[in-house]
Ligand binder design. Structure first.
Ligand code: SF4
Ligand code: SF4
Length: 390
């Protein structure tokens, strides 16, 4: 990535095309015409949510957001931009790694019990508006859920046919810190198409480039013109300016080492005094993947089902082994979550488990901020007398 312009190598190599709102409308229609179920952001119930789109008119044109620790509000934007609204409460894992999946059902037929697998085929998703942090989060979940010896068939079935339209961020929220995690605001690899939205005196338009063979085909079908230099430069400048306006930053240190070296820090007691162990942070996090199973029966006892549902390491039952939970205290559960995200995730999966989207900060009911906690641990580790000198 060019650190001055925020431009990826792929984007720099592809001059791309420029389209207006009519092109966005055509993009949704073309994707639907190819059999995709198009999902993208829309303004609903006071938030930018991800939902199935029947037309591009449902995109959140003219809506921005104000996001802070424990606070999220929509606000109108006079420029009419569609994607200047940062990450909302949902991420794409809602579609790729759903909150509830029926694994099998069983019916009593006479003296027999007949088991049936759930063979419902998932839609072919087209994700419109995948931000750079979320593009990286999908790559993280790819590694976790299908990148090893044990492949998650549910995820694989949903992920394998998905078409991804990324969007580069030009308007970070106050809780974003993708720059310090190296995940944005320019889009990295993994997209079929990538958009950068520009609204200036020359009008409202989208610079669109391809990252795959199917992306090439769709790009050629769009009502778009070759990208002009002014639009490309305005787009690059918008992304570069976004990189300068991150609301949050992680301490500039090796976070993996920081987590490993601060397990006994008093800060864990401090955050435990504030954390409600509600698990919101894990539900909204685009990389958290833990699940549990629930068995249910109907009232006759003739029909039973097993469901896989999202679970949270903040739940006492999550680490319950015979006789009690392994992590009984709030301190141990918050520390487990944060040290896994920023530290031991590297050991397991070769990357950070945090992509800097800021969702856990926004949707924490008491405004606990992972960057603030990391900074406090960093301060403590620097002020701690060295073991040599002790
Ligand atoms: S830990 Fe928080 S900021 Fe990091 S990816 Fe998860 S929700 Fe986003
Ligand atoms: S850090 Fe916040 S969101 Fe996460 S469990 Fe604690 S109170 Fe809930």
């Amino acid at each position: 990535m060019d650190t001055d312009t925020g431009e990826t190598a792929a984007a720099a190599a592809s001059p791309g095309r420029v389209m207006g709102k009519d092109g966005m409308a055509a993009l949704v229609d073309i994707l639907a015409g190819r059999g995709y179920t198009v999902v993208g952001p829309t303004a609903r119930d006071g938030a930018i949510v991800l939902a199935e789109l029947e037309s591009a008119d449902q995109l959140p044109y003219g809506w921005g957001v104000e996001a802070e620790a424990g606070r999220y509000r929509l606000r109108e934007r006079p420029d009419g931009a569609a994607f200047a609204n940062a990450a909302g409460p949902q991420s794409w894992k809602t579609f790729l790694h759903p909150p509830r999946v029926r694994q099998w059902s069983a019916d009593r037929v006479g003296e027999e019990t007949v088991f049936s697998a759930d063979l419902t085929r998932p839609p072919r998703w087209a994700f419109l508006g995948v931000r750079s942090c979320d593009l990286r989060a999908i790559a993280v979940q790819d590694r976790v859920l299908v990148g090893g010896a044990h492949r998650d068939a549910v995820y694989e079935g949903r992920r394998s046919g998905a078409f991804v339209v990324a969007v580069e961020c030009t308007e970070p929220a106050g809780t974003c810190f993708c720059v310090s995690m190296g995940t944005g605001p320019a889009a990295g690899p993994g997209y079929d198409l990538v958009l950068t939205e520009v609204v200036d005196d020359d009008g409202h338009r989208f610079w669109i480039r391809s990252g795959s063979a199917e992306g090439d085909e769709i790009l050629a079908e769009l009502p778009a013109r070759p990208a002009d230099r002014a639009t490309r430069e305005a787009a690059r400048a918008g992304v570069a300016a976004a990189a300068e306006r991150m609301g949050r930053t992680m301490p500039e240190t090796d976070l993996r080492q920081l987590m490993a070296g601060t397990l006994d820090a008093p800060r864990w007691d401090d955050v435990a005094g504030r954390c409600l162990t509600c698990g919101n942070c894990t539900m909204v996090c685009p990389t958290c993947f833990c699940t549990t199973t629930e068995d249910v029966t109907d009232l006759t006892g003739d029909h039973a089902e097993r469901w896989r549902v999202w679970d949270s390491c903040f739940d006492l039952d999550f680490s319950y082994l015979h006789g009690g939970p392994v992590r009984a205290s709030t301190r141990s559960r918050y520390r487990q979550w944060m040290t896994h995200k920023l530290g031991t995730w590297y050991d397991q999966f070769g990357s950070s488990g945090c992509v800097g989207c800021g969702r856990c900060i926004v949707w924490c009911p008491v405004g606990i901020d992972i960057t603030e906690e990391a900074a406090a641990l960093h301060d403590w580790s620097r002020s701690r007398p060295s073991e040599e000198g002790a």
